[in-house]
Write a protein that binds this ligand. Sequence first.
Ligand SMILES: [Fe+2]
Length: 238
Amino acid sequence: MKEILSGLRHEYNIDLVVGNGENAAGGIGLTPGTAEELFDSGIDVITTGNHIWAQKEIIPYLESEPAILRPLNYPPANPGRGYLLKKKTLIVNLLGRVFIGNFDCPFRAMDQLLAEFEHKSIPIIVDFHAEATSEKVAMGKYLDGRVSAVLGTHTHVGTIDAHILPGGTAYVTDIGMVGPIDSVIGDDPNSVIERFLTQMPSRLSVGKGNVSFDAILVEVDKNTGKAVDIKRIQKITD
Ligand SMILES: [Fe+2]
């Protein structure tokens, strides 16, 4: 992030950077220290996902650092928040349920939130952190015309379907990751293959070598909140 993001911010004149940091702490979870590094690299808002509670020290920090989101559809009394307004944009973090876990309904959670912002015509960016492509495509269609972008995360594998839906919502099933190319979704390949072969739990380590920087750039009309353009950006460190 440190190497690539500031150059991109200048090259594309980017107003707002949202980065999913749920596994920035050595491959799982997020700590206050790694969050600070991400902010220093140029990220404005950190979203997360199902690993948000993995590093215990992040839990009190969620209350003091408003620019880190945990998924909206956790129980409402949980620490932290699932959305925030930054640079006149509403950023929302949502968690899917198919093959991930039993969370509150992300579709109804969005209905409830959007009802609060009904009369405000502002850009709305949704990070939908989910495993199943079907759930993500369905969420894109459900929110089409109601938000500016539905951008998928969690699988670490970028998809080719970045496009603008008929109602003006930019959509991609998965952004991908910022992580090592020679890896199995970020982890050292040998340790992951060992797990598949033995079906025994084993410690995973982060892969090494060149890093793929996967990102999605969305242009939004700030007056209507509709997406004007979506494109994939991929850089590789050397
Ligand atoms: Fe995840």
